[in-house]
Ligand binder design. Structure first.
Ligand code: F6R
Length: 245
């Protein structure tokens, strides 16, 4: 594991964007899984700025959606696909044909999860998964308990995730109760995982994920066994990591 601790969120975003830019420069058609959520947004903005400045061609990336709420179509502004489109696909000029969605509105969600896994395989696996860290240790919507071999699937959101997403929905009653997620098996097989964590509220769970027991109760703890893991955390998120105490 490579652990990078930055003084603040802006530097986290710059370091993350630089890592992504290096990958894209060496493999312009890299297959990537991309988290939405707040943490990677600064990094995506930085990457867009790098693209503007240097002419880096980001348009050939093959993008796989990480997760989706069940029942929301791509045009619903609340959908995670819509968020990914606004924050990443459009600024990086990635055509829809380069994107493998997890369509939350598909009539047969199980079938689309299987098709998603086939698409990952057809792409030759994932070069980079960019992941945020859920307050309960989830990766994507792999809610605890999650086994490392769990496939891409429909999942019931935990109370904690419903609570933490309520701010995006105008109240917890409006948060969808189910989601589709890329499975732990897909994420853990990625050739490289970049985990980003920012802020005090992630300090406890980051410590458990990186230094605690590897357990389904903290899905992110399986990253300790990932083939290649880079963690970029700002000082607040890294505050409880042992070498810092
Ligand atoms: C988002 C996602 C989630 C978030 C996690 C952290 O697509 O899959 O797992 O990465 O909940 O969210 P933030 O970054 O908002 O703290």
């Amino acid at each position: 594991m490579k652990l990078i601790i930055t003084p603040d969120y802006d530097e986290l975003s710059r370091r993350g964007a630089a890592l992504m830019a290096d990958l894209i420069a060496s493999k312009p058609d890299a297959a990537v899984i991309l988290a939405t959520g707040e943490t990677p947004m600064g990094m995506y903005r930085e990457l867009a700025a790098i693209r503007q400045r240097s002419g880096l061609d980001t348009s050939r990336l093959r993008v796989f959606q990480l997760d989706a709420y069940l029942g929301l179509g791509p045009d619903d502004p609340r959908s995670l696909y819509g968020w990914m489109k606004r924050s990443f696909l459009d600024p990086m000029q990635i055509p829809d044909t380069n994107v493998v969605r997890l369509p939350g509105d598909a009539p047969d969600p199980r079938a689309v999860c299987a098709a998603y896994e086939q698409a990952v395989e057809a792409a030759g696996g994932i070069d980079l998964s960019v992941l945020g860290l859920g307050p309960n240790g989830h990766l994507g919507f792999n809610e605890p308990p999650a086994e490392p071999r769990s496939p891409s699937r429909v999942i019931d959101l935990t109370e904690e995730s419903i609570e933490s997403n309520a701010r995006y929905w105008g109240g917890r009653d409006r948060v969808p109760r189910q989601a589709l997620t890329a499975g732990m098996s897909v994420l853990l097989a990625s050739r490289h995982v970049l985990l980003v964590a920012s802020g005090e509220r992630k300090a406890g769970i980051l410590q458990r994920a990186l230094q605690g027991p590897v357990t389904p109760q903290v899905p992110a703890s399986y990253l300790q066994q990932a083939p290649r893991l880079t963690v970029i955390a700002d000082q607040d998120a890294a505050a409880l990591l042992r070498r810092y105490s």
